[in-house]
Each structure stands twice: as C-alpha cells, then as structure tokens.
Design a protein around this ligand. Structure first.
Ligand code: AHM
Ligand code: MG
Length: 334
C-alpha cells in the first residue's frame, strides 16, 4: 500500500501536541527542510570550492572545526530563527544556548548541524541531527538549566542524511517517516510506508574496533562474542548513516565509553563515550523506539539518562531491539 504521509499530515497526526505546538513543530520541520536543502546543494559542490578540510578553529568539545561545521551552524540557526518557533537553541558548535526568541508554543531545539564531518575530506556521507524539547513550565534565570529541564520531554526528532540522495527522517515518537529531496523541485517528498527495524533483518554491527583495547571489559566481551557468529561489520563513521542503514536493514550501532584514565594511561579519549546526549543520543533513541528498536547507554534506556550538562556525552548502543537485548545480556553476565 502506498501510504505516503506529507510533513503537514505527519504534524497534524502527532499525538499530545497543542494546536500552537503543532504550528511550531510544522515551522521547525520547514526550517530543517529548507536548511537541509541548502546544505545538500553546498555539500555537493564543496570539493570544487575547497571546502573539505579543517577551518583551523576548535569547537567547545576541543575538536577541530571543519569549514562546513560552521556553515551548517549558520544555515540552520538562520532557518530555525526565521521559523519563530524555537525558544532556545543548543548546538554542538556553540558552548552556550542561544535565545532565538520564538513565541507561544515554541520548543527548545538541540542540534548537531553537521555530524560525521570527518567524512567530508573523502566525499563520504554526513548528516544533521535535531531534537525538539517541550519547555518545562518553570523558567530558570539561566539558559542552560532551562534547556536541561526540558530534556525529559523530547517531542520530535529528525535527521537529514546527505548521501547519494538526501533524506529527511522524522518522528514524533509513534512512527518514523522518510522524505527524499527532489533537487529539481527543491522539496522533500514523502516515501511510502512507516519505517521499522525489520523483524527478521540483517545483523549489521557498527562499531570502531580500533578503540576496543580502551573499552571496559563488558564491551570487549561483547565484541569477542561476535566472533564465529553470523554478522556483517559496517561502519561509516557518521552516526546518521550508520544508524539509518541499521534502521532499514537491521543492526546495532555501538559507541561505548573508554576505561578510566588511570587504568589505561594516555590513550583514554572518551570515558563517557563520544556522542552527546541532547543532540545525538536522545533523537536517535526517540526514532529507534518509534521504529520498534531500542537505545541504551550500556545499562539503562537513553531516554532515562539524567541530563546534567547541555554537551553531556553518553555511551550509545542503539538498533534492533533484540540485538540491544543481546548486548545487555552479554555485558551484564561475565
Ligand atoms: P562529530 O559529531 O564530531 O562528527 O562526531 C560524531 C561522529 C559520529 O557521527 C560517528 O559515529 C563517530 O563520531 C565516529 O567516531 P570515531 O571516528 O571515533 O569512530
Ligand atoms: Mg558533529
């Protein structure tokens, strides 16, 4: 059955949103669509303009910023500001939340404007990730606590995948829908069917085994447990691409934390993992759950991790529910 659902109809059908919130959600999705369309065009011609390397600056995570990270930051900040539907914006590329001045019904939005940007140097896939949170009733004088108070209520998650085609994937928590950019019309058009992790899908395992010697014993045991079983290793190094492939085919994405520094010396880079709770883990968890999958931090559901910092990192294990359950069983039973 060809049950394509337009972005408008997806918003109309979203459960638990007030009329004002639906208007805001629709405007935010239009802002993400128009920013995604602009980024797809810019990315396609990046190599011709020398836009593949580092810009030389360092972001709040202490990582080198690629020129396109900053371009994506500016594009999406502009389109989201113009939506007049975002109160506070948190971005991987900015240390502090920014007030975008959205009115009644506005959401707080957390974004990773360009995820997997190290792939740019080789024209590999990259993405943009967004999560809209419902502001908590009580206001705080400071912006960061105000955003953190809203994290308990993620309302909508979306990502844009820039690859051989440009896709927009959206969920309000009950189903997941895909839209493909038609460059000739400049529009994201709906694809048929709600997306769910396939019941009898593949066993694609996506992890950076080069880090395994720094992982905790449980994660190393999980990696060893795969030996001799039927699985397919796939790792692009762009969460959006790795997650999306596993969503369509069936699989598990794993980015665990490292051992504490004292136990392994200077090699420890990410004791809490590399990915960020507000704009990478939670949006993927919302989409995974809505597609019949699961997301955990190694022990508990990602959606139950208490937020303490807007740029908080968290170990992330996300994918087909049965594969997440298998991971949890192996990690917890020596
Ligand atoms: P980024 O947001 O700075 O691009 O980092 C996140 C990316 C993910 O997309 C990807 O899965 C991961 O980092 C790859 O990390 P590594 O190169 O350590 O395997
Ligand atoms: Mg990024």
């Amino acid at each position: 059955m060809d049950d394509r659902v337009s972005l408008d109809d997806l918003v109309k059908g979203a459960k638990g949103l007030s009329a004002e919130e639906k208007t805001a959600a629709r405007r935010i999705l239009l802002a993400i669509s128009s920013g995604g369309r602009e980024m797809a065009q810019l990315l396609a011609t990046g190599p011709l303009r020398g836009l593949t390397g580092a810009a030389g600056a360092v972001n709040v995570q202490g990582e080198e910023v690629q020129a396109f990270d900053e371009i994506a930051q500016e594009v999406f900040t502009r389109t989201l500001r113009e939506s007049a539907s975002v109160a506070l914006l948190v971005s991987e590329e900015r240390a502090d939340p920014e007030s975008l001045g959205g009115g009644t019904g506005s959401f707080h939005v957390a974004m990773d404007p360009l995820d997997g940007s190290s792939n740019l140097a080789v024209s590999g896939p990259v993405g943009s990730i967004f999560c809209a949170y419902r502001p908590a009733p009580s206001k705080s004088a400071d912006l960061a606590p105000e955003v953190l108070a809203s994290v308990a209520a993620p309302v909508m998650a979306a990502y844009v995948l820039y690859s051989v085609s440009t896709l927009l994937v959206v969920s309000f928590g009950s189903e997941v829908r895909q839209y493909a950019l038609d460059p000739s019309r400049g529009e994201f058009l709906p694809l048929p069917g709600a997306v769910r992790f396939p019941e009898k899908g593949s066993r694609m395992i996506s992890l950076n085994a080069g880090n395994a010697s720094r992982w905790r014993e449980g994660d190393q045991r999980y990696l060893r447990s795969l030996d001799g079983t039927s699985y397919t290793a796939r790792y692009v190094g762009a969460l959006v691409m790795d997650f999306h492939r596993n969503l369509l085919k069936g699989g598990l994405y794993l980015y665990p934390g490292d051992l504490p520094k004292e136990s392994k010396g200077a090699g420890t880079a990410h004791p809490e993992g590399k990915l960020r709770l507000l704009y990478e883990a939670i949006p993927m968890a919302l989409i995974a759950r809505a597609a019949g999958g699961e997301a955990v931090d190694g022990h508990r559901p990602i959606l139950e991790v208490p937020p303490v910092h807007i740029h908080q990192r968290v170990p992330l294990v996300v994918g087909t529910a049965s594969l997440v359950a298998e991971y949890l069983r192996i990690v917890s039973s020596p």
